[in-house]
Structures are given as C-alpha cells and as structure tokens.
Design a protein around this ligand. Sequence first.
Ligand code: GTP
Ligand code: MG
Length: 321
Amino acid sequence: MDEDILALEGVGPSTAKKLISAGYPTVEAIAVSPPQEIMERTGLGFNTVIKIQESARKLMSSDYKTAKEYYEKRRLLKRCTTGSKRLDEILGGGVETQAITEFIGEYGSGKTQICMMLSVTAQLPYERGGLEGSVVFIDTEGTFMPERIYQIASHMGLDPDAVANNILVGRAYNSAHQCLLIDQLFSICKDRNVKLVVVDSMISHFRGEYVGREMLSERQQKLNKYLHKLLRLAEAYNLAVVVTNQVQSDPAAYFGDPNRPAGGNIMAHACTHRVFLHRGSRGTRVAKIIDSPYLPERKATFIITERGIADVEEEDSGRSR
Ligand code: GTP
Ligand code: MG
C-alpha cells in the first residue's frame, strides 16, 4: 500500500482501506479523480473527500506551479525512439513523455506494429533512445502478439525473455473493462517504473458499444475522462502515453482524403501530438504530423520489417519490392 495515503489530512487506517479498495491506491489517483466518483465508490462524504483531495494535491503540489518549476519539469521530458530515424525526427526526437501521442490510420497502416516496437525500445537505456522503464500495453482488439516482441527484441540483441517480462499486457474486453484497466495504472506505474503506456486502440470498444446519436455525448464524456486520466498519469510519472485511433470516412469530405480520425473533438483536444499513418508506395508507410502544439506538419517514410519499424534504405527506395 501507498504509505503516503496515511499522510493525508483526514485519512486514518480505515479511510485508507476504503480508498484503496475503491481503486485509489495512491495520492496521485486521489488527487486527480472526480470527487463525485470517489464519493460514490467509497461512501465517504463530500466534505471529507474534498479535504482529502486538497491535501493530496498539496502533497503532489499540482495546483499552481511557478514557470520555473514547469521549466524544470519539462527538462525531465524524455523521448523514445520508434526505430526509424526519420519518424523520430518529425516527432521532435521520438515519442515524448508527459504527453499523449496518437497514431491514427486505417487497417494495416502500422499502428499496432509501432506500439509493439515502442514496447521494446522504451526499455532501452537513454543512450540508445529508450526510457529505461517497463511498459503497460492495453490491448482492446486482441492483436498484441508476444512472438513479435520476442522477434524484435532478439533482432536488437536484447534478452527477449527479459524484455517480455517487462511488458504488462491488459486485454480489455469492453469499454468498461478498458476504463478499469486505466484506473489501475496509477498504482501499477508507480510500483513498476512504467515509462510507456499503450492503449491499442483507445476507441474501438467505445465506437462499437455506444451506437447512435443519443449515446454519443455519453461516449464522448467517458472518452474525455479517461484520456485526461492518461494525460495526468503521463505528467505525474513522466511517462509516455501512446494511443491508437481509427479513421472513419466522412461522407461530407471536401476534397482529398475522405478519411478522418474517429473520436471527434475529444480525441483531437486530449491528445498532445497526432500522427496520421497511411500506406505509401512499394509497401512503405508514411507518417504525417497533423496536430501538435509545437511540431511542424511534416511527413516521414518508414517501413515495417521483421526487425520492427525501420528507415527506408536509400538504395532500397528506388527499387521495387
Ligand atoms: P488495424 O489494427 O487493423 O487497424 O491495423 P494496424 O494499423 O494496427 O496495422 P498493423 O500495425 O497490425 O500492421 C500490419 C502490417 O504490418 C501488415 O499488413 C504487414 O504489412 C506489416 N507487418 C507485420 N509484421 C511484419 C513482419 O514481420 N515483417 C514485415 N515485413 N511486415 C510486417
Ligand atoms: Mg492494430
């Protein structure tokens, strides 16, 4: 159990127990969860919950920060390599911690492959472009392939058993289960030095379960809540969050690509960096930054090989395969 919980004002052993069994095992989880939700799950009163949350925020010092404190925190930001130098470059050096990076693309565009590659590279030392941490992979579509992890890790000269041991896979069977798995991250990430959290895909269960206009706002609210939990997690533990998203065709498309990201404005606003993937010529894949607070809209070409994600070799690029 998180000893810090007992340090919170108004929390004795019995309240601590209630909070933990209700799914709030850490100070961070208490600080960032909606008070209404904590009340419902623990049976604690409004004033008590507010008091505990204030104390939790103080402990996390998450309300106001000076610009200098922000600057210091940003300096801790790390980047994780995708395996492709070109793709890393348009991402500003790799997939960032303290942020959500969203990979969007149609079937077979390489989203899951990128996620599996990152699950290996995140474990590398900083000098090799890694985050020196372990990984949580929330798989909503049943497409996580452990064999692929073994294959990529061996090609990188790593001990595949050790790499696979550091990836915790949560198979989400529906959207409620997906949310539960995300709630559990606050304790898991702390205990296991998690530096990458993958949700592949963030949206498929939501799209499948909340059908029709009348359910749209409920769906979007829930999606929003859980994306924000992921963002807070990324900030609290200086870890990278990667989510995948599908495209949906837009019947009212203006010109060009009629496909646009699913999930509407909620996905667009909650994700820090959005990367669109599509198939290029001769089996290549093209990634394009479509929305980011500071990355320019650039494109990069990469390939998927048995080694994982890689750059297109110069001499290959003219040759057809
Ligand atoms: P959905 O989840 O269906 O939306 O697609 P996705 O974007 O997740 O696609 P995914 O990442 O699963 O990409 C699948 C593609 O990766 C396949 O069509 C192959 O082209 C390629 N791929 C996967 N494994 C290998 C491999 O070992 N070698 C090579 N050369 N290509 C591979
Ligand atoms: Mg996939």
